[in-house]
Design a binder for this molecule. Structure first.
Ligand SMILES: [Zn+2]
Length: 376
């Protein structure tokens, strides 16, 4: 969800749309303007259908936003920060920056969205009872009441990471006291739900309804992906939550002198030991970092005549972290393989952090089942 276009801020939360939102917004408007409204009001002009379609679409996405804001409001009330709210193809998502620390809090945050959608469905139903005699208001009111009801019910499906899945996780977490086990079970139920959607989609497809079939298969596929990503992220966060940079950093990097040629380094160290990162200590006291990436950029023919001091990167040009920082807070910077973050304490290099170091630590922790439950 990185490619998000921010529209406005509310309670200091950036509210944006994912590019896929424009597609679904267009589709909803189009289906209303060419299908629903012409059927409801046969005598109107084309412009009127599109105007009604656009307005109703906007109110629909306003409803989705209200659903997400309900999650955000309850999160903020419980002291859980909200990073952003994004509207995308299936409605919306509120990005809560930390996993809630108590099952009760998670349950309340999760249920707030569907409750808001039920309330909106009720409000539009009430509006319909008041305006059913007013020609241009009746059909949009009915449609909005129905779509909010669908939104509430869809989100209550107990497939993690849908709201219903989060509520299920909170409940299991409450009963078993184990956040990890609750996440595992709720993700498993989510997988079954996702498979159910796909199977239903294939069945629908085979019975001749191609559009509905593809749509259901797409929902199944989408849920499947969301569950897998969410589960991996939750596990990583869970396994690493008590880890500091100092515990994961690599301190076994060789120091080399600046006048060594690249070719010598390749022949005597890289090819023989597989070492991929070096610290170059220059006479000027400034430490430099040399990784495979810098060597790669030098053509092979020039490597015998290029010294490591010439291509190594001075540490002050790299963004360093402190050893006592939380590992979770710096994980985002370790995006690609082969990236090394210098760990600096009082101006001195004490270690290097790479994605490989974190992966190794994760494997060891998972194998040994080292865990620390969030305190209920
Ligand atoms: Zn929700």
């Amino acid at each position: 969800m990185e490619r998000t276009i921010t529209l406005l801020r509310l309670w200091n939360i950036p509210i944006g749309v994912h590019p896929s939102w424009f597609l679904i917004f267009g589709l909803v408007t189009w289906s209303l303007a060419t299908g629903y409204f012409p059927a409801e009001y046969p005598q109107l002009s084309l412009q009127a259908y599109w105007a009604l379609g656009l307005l109703t679409s906007l109110l629909f996405f306003g409803s989705v936003l209200v659903h997400e804001l309900a999650h955000a409001l309850v999160a903020l009330r419980n002291g859980v920060p909200v990073r952003q709210i994004t509207l995308f193809i299936f409605g919306g998502a509120a990005y809560i920056s930390e996993e809630p620390t108590r099952p009760g809090v998670e349950f309340r945050i999760a249920i707030a969205g569907p409750l808001a959608s039920f309330a909106l469905a009720g409000a539009f139903e009430l509006l319909f009872l008041l305006d059913h005699a007013v020609p241009l208001l009746a059909a949009p009111s009915v449609w909005l009441a129905r779509i909010n009801l669908i939104l509430a019910l869809f989100n209550l499906i107990p497939g993690f990471p849908l709201d219903g899945g989060r509520m299920l996780r909170a409940a299991i977490w409450h009963w078993t006291g184990s956040f990890q086990r609750a996440t595992l079970i709720a993700s498993g139920v989510g997988q079954v739900v996702a498979l159910g959607f796909s199977a239903w989609g294939i069945f629908t497809l085979l019975t001749g309804s191609i559009f509905n079939g593809l749509w259901l298969i797409f929902i199944g596929w989408f849920l499947q992906n969301a569950i897998a990503a969410n589960y991996a992220q939750t596990s990583t966060r869970y396994l690493l939550q008590d880890v500091r940079v100092a515990q994961a950093m690599n301190t076994g990097f060789p120091r080399i002198t600046p006048l060594t040629s690249l070719q010598t380094l390749i022949d005597t160290q890289i090819l023989t030991s597989g070492q991929r990162v070096f610290v170059v200590a220059n006479g000027d006291g400034i430490e430099r970092l040399l990784t495979i990436n810098e060597i790669k950029d030098v053509p092979a023919a020039q490597r015998p005549f290029t010294t490591v001091g010439q291509v190594a990167v001075p540490l002050d040009r790299l963004e360093a972290v402190a050893p006592e920082m939380k590992l979770m807070d710096v994980l985002g910077r370790l995006g690609q393989a082969g990236v090394y973050i210098p760990v600096v304490e009082q101006g001195r290099l004490v270690g290097l952090l790479s994605r490989e170091d974190v992966t190794r630590l994760l494997e060891v922790r998972a194998q040994l089942n080292v865990r620390m439950e969030p305190q209920p």
